[in-house]
Design a protein around this ligand. Structure first.
Ligand SMILES: [Zn+2]
Ligand SMILES: [Zn+2]
Length: 569
């Protein structure tokens, strides 16, 4: 019976020539940007989603908290989706999951640490997820996709590459990786397995391009550990270390070093405490009993016996380290002689805030160690030589650089070209562009899938668009002028006003003449409107806006937002 059903199913499909037996791959995010990584794989009636990340807003996105991928395509095809498969637990790979799960109830597959981080996130949003743990080395099936989880080394534990067998061939997704031969947990990548996967034939590889511009090799995390150890050895005072909370390997190394030198460990910063608790619960971070002390009782411990691990390595204004630097931390006051280590390198755009924190710490007498003066951070992403090795191991027929700005994708493509791959076989796509793959052909589809950034502002998701952002930019550049007048509804006579109120334009008390002239211009324009018989309020507002804009610009060379408000009395 079952066989017959299957056969009928097969016949039905054969009669529908529209549904081509192609694999469609759609990057909904992660291209021409570092952030919101998400890739859709679709074969006939089945879809899997690889990663579901968020991005941080850039300087132009005033007031935006985070940026999400556009889920329109997924919502439209929800009945096809078999699940989300995660490569690792960084925000740019898991940060958008709560927002997608609010729309669609989907199972989420990931390693233990990754899912632990996802679970924390879901709790904050009040969502109960359907989380399914996978392990490196395992293979599992979702619809027609057979997915092998392959261990990857990266700046977070429990990261994966994915080798996905599909009806048209094998897709290999590196996830974020570097080739760390001496990772802190002693579990390097399985190079033999990578070579076997390559030998079995890979149709398409998608690979991390973040550091494609960097020559040579990215250093092992071990190097950072040795430098931290040297700092500990040379220090006789309190040590405060800021790091990314998700880099549990580095935190383990800091704790090991503290134990080695007989220091107790206190932890500050919400995300650091959350991630450390989770990592200890899951066994990713271990330490002898009695090592951890409450940050509120550190006064009892001599400075030379204490390490404080904290958030804020990017100078984030609300972070624990920033609060320490600003004398605003309840438990930790920076004092002369403290050794403060910022164990990260600046994410582009954060240089200014980091510099502020470093300056303030120095002013308070601390001895500050940061990436400009010591190698206290290594990247989690592969440099050019590692990318070459990955190409040689996987030997894909087609290649699509991912996870990078355009220049990173381009550099990565050139690496592949230099290794002999034909430029015709390399695809640099844009978000929302689809790739159609069949057994021996790959081409870029003409279909355009919605993939514009979706902004989250407070509780609003997607309600702030480009027009609102443009207004925010204009307001931030030249401020606002409001023209208020009360008008008699029956006669059209101005009863009160016009008054001019401004914010962020000029300081009114020092520019009374300008404001008074602007008022006079408005009065004249209103009178002219009346003479011309303009009754429509919108037309009147436009006329005033235009007149005032010209006047203000001629006087000040500024273009504030002008907002006429009429009240009917
Ligand atoms: Zn990552
Ligand atoms: Zn990433």
């Amino acid at each position: 019976m079952k066989a017959r059903e299957k056969k009928q199913g097969g016949e039905r499909q054969a009669k529908e020539p529209k549904q081509l037996k192609q694999l469609k791959l759609v990057p909904l995010g992660g291209l021409n940007e570092i952030g919101k990584n998400i890739t859709v794989l679709e074969y006939l009636d089945d879809i899997i989603i690889i990663d579901c990340g968020m991005a941080f807003p850039d300087d132009e996105m005033y007031g935006i908290d985070i940026v999400l991928p556009d889920f329109t395509y997924l919502i439209k095809n929800k009945s096809k989706i078999r699940g989300i498969v995660l490569t690792h637990g960084h925000e740019d790979h898991i940060g958008a999951i709560p927002y997608l799960l609010k729309e669609l109830n989907l199972p989420v597959y990931g390693t233990r640490l990754t899912l632990g981080l996802v679970e924390n996130k879901l709790k904050e949003h009040g969502i109960k997820g359907n989380l399914k743990t996978i392990k490196a080395g395992e293979t599992f099936k979702l619809g027609p996709f057979e997915i092998e989880a392959v261990r990857a080394t990266h700046s977070i534990a429990d990261a994966l590459c994915l080798a996905i067998d599909s009806p048209v061939g094998k897709i290999f997704h590196t996830g974020d990786f570097k080739l760390d031969y001496t990772p802190v947990d002693g579990e390097p990548m399985d190079f033999q397995r990578l070579a076997e996967i390559g030998r079995s034939g890979v149709l398409l590889m998608l690979a991390d391009s973040t550091n494609a511009e960097r020559r040579g090799y990215t250093q092992s995390e071990k190097v950072v550990g040795q430098i931290i150890e040297n700092i500990f050895r040379a220090s006789t005072t309190r040590i405060i270390i800021a790091s990314f909370s998700s880099n549990v390997h580095r935190i383990q190394r800091i704790i090991d070093t503290a134990v080695m030198f007989g220091r107790k460990v206190a932890v500050s910063g919400r995300s650091m405490i959350n991630v450390l608790n989770l990592a200890m619960e899951l066994g990713y971070v271990t330490m002898p009993a009695g090592t951890l002390v409450d940050v509120n009782s550190i006064k009892k411990i001599p400075d030379k016996d204490l390490v404080i691990i904290t958030t804020g390595s990017q100078g984030e204004p609300m972070s624990a380290l920033s609060r320490m630097a600003n004398n605003d931390h309840k438990a930790v006051q920076i004092k002369k002689g403290d050794v403060v280590i910022l164990s990260s390198s600046p994410i582009p755009g954060n240089e200014r805030t980091i510099s502020n924190v470093v300056n303030k710490l120095f002013e308070k007498g601390a001895d500050v160690i940061y990436s400009d003066i010591a190698d206290i951070h290594v990247s989690g992403h592969a440099s050019a030589e590692e990318l070459k090795l990955m190409q040689m191991l996987i030997k894909p027929k087609y290649f699509m650089p991912v996870h990078g700005e355009y220049r990173h994708l381009r550099q990565h493509a050139m690496i592949a070209e230099n290794l002999g791959m034909s430029p015709d076989n390399i695809f640099i796509l844009e978000n929302g562009q689809a790739l159609n793959l069949s057994k021996n052909r790959v081409n870029v589809s003409r279909e355009e899938i919605p993939a514009a950034p979706v902004f989250v502002d407070g509780l609003g998701v997607g309600d702030v668009g480009n027009i609102v952002l443009r207004d925010r930019r204009l307001l931030s550049e030249s401020g606002l002028i409001i023209v208020v007048a009360s008008i008699d509804g029956a006669t059209g006579e101005v009863v009160a006003g016009p008054d001019i109120i401004s914010r962020g334009f000029v300081y009114v008390r020092e520019n009374e003449d300008l404001i008074e002239s602007a008022r006079a211009v408005t009065v004249r324009r209103m009178a002219r409107c009346k003479k011309e018989g303009v009754k429509d309020w919108n037309a009147m507002k436009n006329a005033i806006r235009e007149e005032l804009r010209n006047y203000i610009y001629s006087e000040t060379r500024r273009s504030p937002v002008i907002l006429p408000i009429f009240m009917e009395v």
